[in-house]
Design a protein around this ligand. Structure first.
Ligand code: ADP
Ligand code: F6P
Length: 363
């Protein structure tokens, strides 16, 4: 037999034909599956949960507008899982998300909800979801919120897509989380100001930053603000970072010093470290600044707004493709789908080259 001028045996032709049929069947089934999922999903609920993060509003806007653009109804759920449990759910039109892209915080409000951690609480949430005709959820939040989403999705076989919204940048499988870049810029802005007084008074400053159990904000904040060191939980158990710091030369080449400390109990926190310095190295004049919730507020940076807009629209695409139990992530600027099980693993590695760089540059 001759195909495109090439002779093939009947047996090879049959094999080739079989493969084409299998491939076509696969494509048709996948398409049918995604069309039937789309037919099932008419209304999408959106909520923000856990710690607020700058850029959450941009994500709510993108989810709402992309959903409406694709013919879905949208329900806004207030106060995260609390609003699901207590039935604080309203229909969202495109105007509900006008003029919000530049605001920090979340127009949907957020909360930490103990009741959602119980079977009874989640049952109430499911009943309200049914009452409002919601067929799929988009959850914007950190690892706790996505753990809750995973639990709920598996218990009720319900489609949920997550969007990483947290300043901590601690979700695995995504290079960035929404809010992280803005928080980093805020930290840099604050440290620049503290540097003026640190150098005028020739003091050692410990500046404590957030991050829960992760050191991303401390490490990258230290690089961005030219700090001497970052004391982070990923390293703390291995070495006495304070001892290393003192050994490496405070007061040898400089008279003032800025050290960023991740808030984790593993590092001892800025207060704990300052206490140690007062006892063990009384020759140093030490001061502490805890940046606290200052880091979570403010207008989101362009990078966070763009990331949130892309991720919000991608969440709707994912639902239309029949995806569920995944978080939208970014990998080298590309949108990817990360299973919830991976996203919440708490094993995102810090870049050890950055520690090395910090060390080199703080001579
Ligand atoms: P974040 O999302 O910023 O990490 P939290 O850890 O406080 O914030 O989690 C937000 C909410 O997610 C919690 O208040 C709770 O309602 C819900 N949640 C967290 N973990 C679980 C879980 N294992 N099961 C059910 N719900 C959870
Ligand atoms: O997860 C975001 C975060 O800001 C963490 O960095 C911090 O540990 C925690 O939330 C603080 O939570 P709260 O606002 O409830 O004190």
């Amino acid at each position: 037999m001759r195909i495109n001028g090439v002779y093939v045996s009947s047996r090879r032709f049959l094999l080739l034909f079989q493969k084409i049929i299998i491939f076509a069947a696969y494509c048709i089934t996948t398409k049918i599956e995604s069309v039937s999922i789309m037919a099932k999903i008419k209304t999408i609920g959106v909520l923000t949960s856990g710690g607020d993060a700058p850029g959450m509003n941009a994500a709510i806007r993108a989810v709402t507008r992309a959903a409406i653009y694709n013919g879905f109804k949208v329900k806004g759920i207030y106060r995260g899982y609390k609003g699901l449990v207590e039935d604080e759910i309203v229909e969202f039109k495109t105007q509900n998300v006008s003029n919000i892209i530049h605001h920090g915080g979340t127009i949907l409000k957020t909360a930490r909800c103990k009741e959602f951690k119980t079977v009874e609480g989640r049952q109430k949430a499911y009943d309200n979801i049914k009452k409002h005709g919601i067929d799929a959820l988009v959850v914007i939040g950190g690892d706790g919120s996505l753990s809750g989403a995973r639990q709920f999705a598996s218990e009720f076989d319900f489609p949920i897509v997550g969007i990483p919204g947290t300043i901590d940048n601690d979700l695995s499988g995504t290079d960035h989380t929404i809010g992280y870049d803005t928080a980093l810029n805020t930290i840099m802005w604050c440290v620049d100001r503290i540097r003026d007084t640190a150098s005028s008074h020739e003091r050692l400053f410990f500046i404590e930053v957030m991050g829960r159990e992760a050191g991303f904000l401390a490490l990258n904040g230290a690089i961005a603000s030219g700090a001497e060191a970052a004391l982070i939980p990923e390293i703390a158990p291995e070495v006495d970072q304070l001892k290393e710091l003192v050994k490496s030369g405070f007061r040898k080449t400089k008279n003032s010093s800025i050290v960023l400390v991740a808030e984790s109990p593993v590092t001892g926190g800025a207060m704990g470290l300052a206490e140690r310095v007062r006892k063990e190295y009384p020759q140093y004049e030490v001061r502490v600044t805890i940046l606290g919730h200052l880091q979570r507020g403010g207008s989101p940076t362009a990078q966070d707004r763009i990331l949130a807009s892309r991720m919000g629209a991608a969440a709707i695409d994912a639902l239309m493709e029949g995806q569920r139990n995944i978080m939208i992530g970014d990998d080298d600027e590309k949108i990817i789908y990360v299973p919830f099980s991976k996203a919440i693993r708490k094993d995102k590695p810090i870049d050890r080259d950055l520690l090395e760089l910090l060390n080199k540059l703080s001579l």
